[in-house]
Design a protein around this ligand. Structure first.
Ligand SMILES: NC(=O)c1ccc[n+]([C@@H]2O[C@H](COP(=O)([O-])OP(=O)(O)OC[C@H]3O[C@@H](n4cnc5c(N)ncnc54)[C@H](OP(=O)(O)O)[C@@H]3O)[C@@H](O)[C@H]2O)c1
Length: 256
């Protein structure tokens, strides 16, 4: 039996992505810190499709050993898709940013994502149909004022995942690596990033997608042969693209 792992499944894009994969009949392993939200999601999934297996694994991915423990706890499963979606942002000038929050953001957005991607690549490179999808941001391609550090974490996610996609392709691996880059999406992201109790996208953001729309884009990326699925920050259209960052393949250069 094959499974799809989704980190950060307790709200927002991860939650809706879980529903979208469930409606395709995919068995799911859902992870986040809030058990109640994941249990509610599991109930909702079973209303759509009670044939689907849903496993809940709690982990705080800003804690290094919990990242390794999560991966180890999933060794018995056959994982056809791994989605590193958990992440959060911060809006502050660099000099004003809260370093405790920033340390946790770097560990979650970059360290956990790199560890989980690496372990998945080690085990699944040669498995036909395997996919690794890492969630970046439009801020992974354009630096946004007052979100410099958050954008830098997402530049890392985009560069790492695009580079990995090219590396896997040049080795003839079966595993595909892909990047989803949402623009503003109505989720708990703004509340967490701005440290506010509530936030109205309707009143404060001129243009945004719903989490369900982003999950539909995630499925378009999953079904495509392209590496990057990115929302255009001006038109808000979703585009599937080849890798965007320049890539120097040293082995190809030395051959020519
Ligand atoms: N919304 C946007 O405008 C937007 C735009 C571009 C990119 N993104 C990216 O999209 C991804 C999903 O975010 P979202 O918008 O859906 O926001 P969200 O509703 O806040 O969801 C974030 C998810 O990450 C989990 N998470 C946070 N800290 C965690 C930790 N320490 N350990 C494990 N899980 C943790 C949360 O679960 P728990 O709190 O239960 O642990 C939650 O399920 C993020 O990578 C974000 O950077 C969002």
């Amino acid at each position: 039996m094959k499974y799809t792992v989704i980190t950060g499944a307790s709200s927002g894009i991860g939650y809706e992505t879980a529903l979208a994969f469930a409606s395709k009949g995919k068995n799911l392993i859902l992870t986040a810190r809030r058990e109640e939200k994941l249990k509610k999601l599991k109930e909702e999934i079973h209303k759509i499709n009670d044939e689907v297996n849903v496993e809940i694994h709690l982990a705080d991915l800003s804690i290094n050993h919990e990242v390794y423990d999560l991966y180890e706890s999933l060794k018995e499963y056959s994982i056809e898709t791994w989605i590193n979606n958990a992440g959060f942002g911060n809006f502050d000038s660099v000099g004003d940013q809260n370093l405790k929050k920033i340390e946790s953001m770097l560990r979650l957005n970059n360290e956990a994502l790199t560890i989980l991607s690496t372990l998945y690549v080690r085990d699944y490179s040669d498995v036909e149909g395997a996919q690794l999808i890492n969630v970046s941001s439009g801020g992974g391609y354009t630096v946004v004022a007052d979100a410099v550090t958050y954008c830098a974490t997402k530049f890392f996610v985009s560069a790492f995942t695009e580079g990995l996609a090219q590396e896997l392709q040049s080795k003839g691996a079966q595993l595909k690596a892909k990047v989803l880059a949402p623009a503003a999406t109505e989720t708990e992201f703004a509340e967490r990033s701005l440290d506010v109790e509530s936030f109205s996208y309707n009143e404060s953001v001129p243009q945004y997608h719903t989490a369900k729309e982003m999950a539909d884009f995630m499925m378009d990326l999953y079904d495509s042969d392209q590496v990057v699925g990115i929302v255009d920050g001006q038109s808000y259209e979703f585009n599937l693209r080849r890798p965007i960052y320049p890539y120097a393949d040293r082995s190809r250069n030395s051959d020519s």
